[in-house]
Ligand binder design. Structure first.
Ligand code: FDA
Length: 410
C-alpha cells in the first residue's frame, strides 16, 4: 500500500527544503526525498563554507535564461529581505561582504540547520538516503516509487538541482522527469566555471599561474552590465568588472566565472587588464620623457611577469626602448592590454562549475507557481530550471524564491 501525502519534494537541497517548509507550514502533508547521506551538501560547501545566502540587489538582470523575464514574479514575491528576515529570526550572525553579497559570520551549517528547523516546524517527513524510482501520473495525482515504499501524492516538486559537482551527488533526474512528461529541456552546460586554453598559444601564459588582478571582461559584444536578452536566447553578452586569476590551465577568478555563463564555445572573451588606463595614450605620451624599456614601463601598472608574458606572446620585445617605438606599434601594445581577445578552448566542466546553465524550459512552467503547464501537480524549482544566476548569492535567492512560490501553490 502506497503511503499517502499531499506533496512529495524530490531533492532536499536549497530549493527543496524551502518548498517543503513553506508547504508543510500551510498544513500540507509533505515528504522530502533525497538520495544523499549528508543533507544539503551544496549549501555546506557554498561561499567557502560561509554560504553567500543572498544578494540584496537580486533582480531579473542578474540571471541567464532563454526567457530573462520568467524569474521576475518569484523574485518579487520572495525577496532577499524576506530571506534575511528568516536568517534574523534564527539569530544567525551575517555580514555584507561585497556588492550586496550576504554571508554567515560563522558557518553555512547554520543555514542548513535553519531550513531543517523550518521543515521540522511544519512536520515534514524525511526519507534520506532514499533512491527515487519511477514517477507515474495517476487519476488523482502521482505515484512515486521510492526506497522505503511507494508514495501516492497530489503534487510532485522536482528540486534535484543541476549537474555541477557530480562527486557530491548531482544527477540528471530532474531533466529525465521533465522529458518523461514531454517537457522541453534547454541543453544543460557548465556555468560559473574556469575557462581553459589548450595548445601552444597558451604556453607563454601558463607560467603566470597565481597572478591576480582586477579587470573588465566582456563577451558577445555586450556593452551593458550583465545579461541583455536578445533573439530569444536571453544571453546576448556579458560585461563584468571583477578579479581575474591566471591558472596553470587557463583563466579563473570571479571575472571569468561570471563571463563563462555568457561565453559561447568558439568565440573570444575580451579582457581589459588596466581598465583605468588608456595604455596606448600613456605610452605615446611617455615616449619623449621616459628613456625606459617597454617592459619596465608596463611593470609600473601590471605585475612584471604578466607584462613580460603579454609582450612576448604578442611579439614585442620587453627590452625595446619606448623612445624607439613608432606610435602605431605602441597602439598595438595598448590593444594587447586594454583589449586582449582570447578564445578559450573549453572549460573545467561540471567537476568545477558552480552551477548548470539550461534546464527545464521556462516556457513549460507557470512563472507564478512553477507548475508545468501541461502536467497539473508537477513542479520544477531551483537550479533544475533554465534560470541561472550570477556569482554572488543570486543562485540561492532563486532557489529560495522558486521554492517559496511552489510551496505556496502545491
Ligand atoms: P541543490 O543542488 O542544492 O539540491 C539538489 C538536491 O537534490 C541535492 O540534495 C541532491 O542530493 C538531490 N538529488 C540530486 N539527484 C537526486 C536523485 N537522483 N535522487 C534523489 N535526490 C537527488 N550559490 C549562491 O547563491 N551562493 C554561494 O555562495 C554559492 N556557492 C557555491 C559553491 C559551490 C562550490 C557550488 C558547487 C555552488 C555554489 N552555489 C552558490 C550555487 C548553489 O549551491 C546552487 O545554485 C543551489 O544549491 C541550487 O539549489 P537546488 O536546491 O536547486 O539544488
Amino acid at each position: 500500500m502506497a503511503k499517502q501525502y499531499d506533496v512529495a519534494v524530490i531533492g532536499a537541497g536549497a530549493a527543496g527544503m524551502m518548498c517543503a517548509a513553506v508547504a508543510a507550514q500551510r498544513g500540507k502533508r509533505v515528504v522530502l526525498l533525497d538520495h544523499a547521506t549528508r543533507l544539503a551538501e551544496k549549501i555546506r560547501i557554498s561561499g567557502g563554507g560561509r554560504c553567500n545566502f543572498t544578494n540584496m540587489g537580486a533582480g531579473p538582470a542578474n540571471f541567464v535564461s532563454q526567457n530573462p523575464h520568467f524569474c521576475r514574479s518569484a523574485l518579487s514575491r520572495y525577496t532577499p529581505q524576506d530571506f534575511l528576515a528568516l536568517v534574523k529570526k534564527h539569530r544567525i550572525a551575517w555580514h555584507e561582504k561585497h556588492k550586496g553579497q550576504l554571508f554567515c559570520d560563522d558557518s553555512s551549517e547554520q543555514i542548513i540547520g535553519m531550513l531543517r528547523a523550518e521543515c521540522i516546524a511544519g512536520d515534514v517527513s524525511w526519507r534520506m538516503p532514499c533512491k527515487v524510482g519511477a514517477i507515474e501520473k495517476t487519476g488523482t495525482g502521482f505515484l512515486v516509487q521510492a526506497e522505503g515504499g511507494d508514495i501516492a501524492c497530489t503534487s510532485v516538486v522536482v528540486a534535484t538541482g543541476g549537474l555541477s559537482i557530480p562527486k557530491i551527488g548531482a544527477t540528471d533526474l530532474g531533466y529525465r522527469i521533465a522529458r518523461q512528461f514531454d517537457l522541453q529541456v534547454v541543453e544543460p552546460r557548465p556555468g560559473l566555471v574556469p575557462l581553459t586554453f589548450d595548445g601552444p598559444s597558451w604556453e607563454a601564459f601558463a607560467p603566470l599561474a597565481g597572478i591576480a588582478l582586477e579587470v573588465e571582461v566582456s563577451t558577445g559584444g555586450a556593452g551593458g552590465k550583465g545579461s541583455k536578452g536578445k533573439g530569444g536566447k536571453g544571453k546576448a553578452g556579458g560585461h563584468f568588472r571583477e578579479d581575474l586569476l591566471f591558472t596553470h590551465r587557463g583563466l579563473s577568478g570571479p571575472a571569468i566565472l561570471q563571463i563563462s555563463s555568457y561565453w559561447e564555445p568558439g568565440t573570444p572573451i575580451v579582457l581589459n587588464l588596466l581598465p583605468e588606463l588608456d595604455v596606448a595614450e600613456e605610452l605615446i605620451g611617455a615616449k619623449t620623457t621616459v628613456k625606459k624599456q617597454l617592459g619596465n614601463v608596463l611593470a609600473q601598472w601590471l605585475p612584471a611577469r604578466l607584462a613580460e608574458g603579454l609582450l612576448t606572446a604578442n611579439g614585442f620585445a620587453p627590452d625595446a626602448r619606448l623612445a624607439d617605438m613608432p606610435d602605431a606599434k605602441l597602439r598595438k601594445v595598448g590593444d594587447a592590454i586594454n583589449r586582449w581577445a582570447v578564445t578559450p578552448t573549453g572549460s573545467e566542466g561540471y567537476k568545477k562549475a558552480e552551477v548548470t546553465l539550461g534546464g527545464v524550459d521556462t516556457r513549460e512552467l507557470s512563472q507564478q507557481t512553477m507548475m508545468a503547464n501541461k502536467v497539473p501537480g508537477l513542479y520544477f524549482i531551483g537550479e533544475t530550471v533554465d534560470v541561472t544566476g550570477w556569482l554572488g548569492g543570486y543562485n540561492f535567492q532563486w532557489a529560495w524564491a522558486s521554492g517559496y512560490v511552489a510551496g505556496q501553490s502545491v
